[in-house]
Design a protein around this ligand. Structure first.
Ligand SMILES: N[C@@H](CCC(=O)N[C@@H](CSC=O)C(=O)NCC(=O)O)C(=O)O
Length: 282
């Protein structure tokens, strides 16, 4: 698979890159970013942390505002940030231009309905195509993978981890949507991308997956108490209850005064990278 380098720049002794490729999953060009920390030995395989972004984001939001590079350089972790939807000419968008559906809002599912199913195949993209591409081009140790994400991307991180037991040694999330079947953002996205049969939504709902028997090793989640989406869209208490019932060790931290923004994410990014580093150590 061919990879085009959009940019590469030295940072914290490593290289922050942005790359583009033709995606078979989405039928579009896709852009993603990768930070490779300085390697003690050339050719050494390093652990990788996947970061799935939220509504309205591309790879650029976390790359520019996530403040992950110092910690990734310290702990020797490769950081990969995909886009959140297909883009480009002919890719359909929300008919009213809403920001919570369509472009920038792929919800990490393979759409099954028209017109979305032609391009909106972000599940296949982040769970299969991109991992294979990254493994071909970067020095990752596939046995040491972690995954995290924000909001819609927290939902993506949780569902990808829950449905790939054994792939990820470490899982965390920032302000995740935990039960998309039960909140307005998820209801809109899943009904449009997957149709009205709600049984088809369960594989894309972290709380439903846990209720249906899926498990994680353990889990770190941060939410901001001043997040305007907390009560209506995020509902961390549903995850708390599901994890308690399932015996999943959830560390849920409610951070006073913090909102939903990258000011919140970047504040706790070091904690999350440390969490992953402890579980990804050789
Ligand atoms: N454009 C909206 C705000 C949308 C927003 O808050 N997006 C979040 C993710 S929300 C859940 O998935 C985000 O990360 N935005 C990018 C950023 O750089 O902050 C509005 O205007 O209200």
């Amino acid at each position: 698979m061919t990879l085009e380098t959009v940019s590469e720049v030295k940072s914290h002794g490593g290289v922050q890159g942005v790359y583009r490729h033709a995606s078979a999953a989405t039928g579009t060009e896709m852009t993603f970013s990768v930070f490779v920390p300085p390697q003690p030995e050339k050719g050494e395989a390093l652990p990788v942390l996947w970061y799935l972004s939220g509504l309205t984001c591309s790879h650029a939001n976390v790359t520019e505002k996530g403040e992950y590079r110092a910690a990734c350089a310290e702990h020797g972790i490769i950081f990969v940030a995909p886009d959140t939807s297909p883009r480009g000419e002919g890719v359909p968008d929300d008919s009213k231009g809403a920001w919570d559906f369509g472009l920038g809002a792929g919800f990490y599912v393979d759409a099954t309905t028209t017109p979305w199913s032609a391009n909106y195949r972000m599940w296949s993209y982040v769970a299969q195509e991109l991992p294979a591409l990254v493994a071909d081009h970067f020095p990752i140790d596939a046995a040491r993978q972690g995954i995290t994400g924000h909001s819609m991307g927290g939902h993506g991180a949780l569902t990808v981890a829950l449905r790939h037991p054994g792939r990820f040694r470490s899982v965390s999330a920032f302000a995740p949507i935990v039960a998309p079947s039960q909140v307005p953002w998820g209801d809109k996205a899943l009904s449009n991308y997957l149709g009205l049969d709600r049984s088809k939504w369960r594989p894309h709902d972290a709380v439903a997956l846990i209720e249906d028997g899926a498990r994680l090793p353990d889990l770190l989640v941060d939410v901001g108490e001043a997040d305007p989406f907390l009560e209506r869209e995020l509902k961390p208490e549903l995850l708390e209850r599901a994890c308690a019932d399932a015996g999943i060790a959830l560390t849920l931290r409610r951070q006073p005064g913090y909102d939903h923004s990258y000011y919140f994410i970047s504040t706790f990014m070091n904690d999350h990278i440390r969490w992953h580093s402890e579980r990804l150590a050789a």
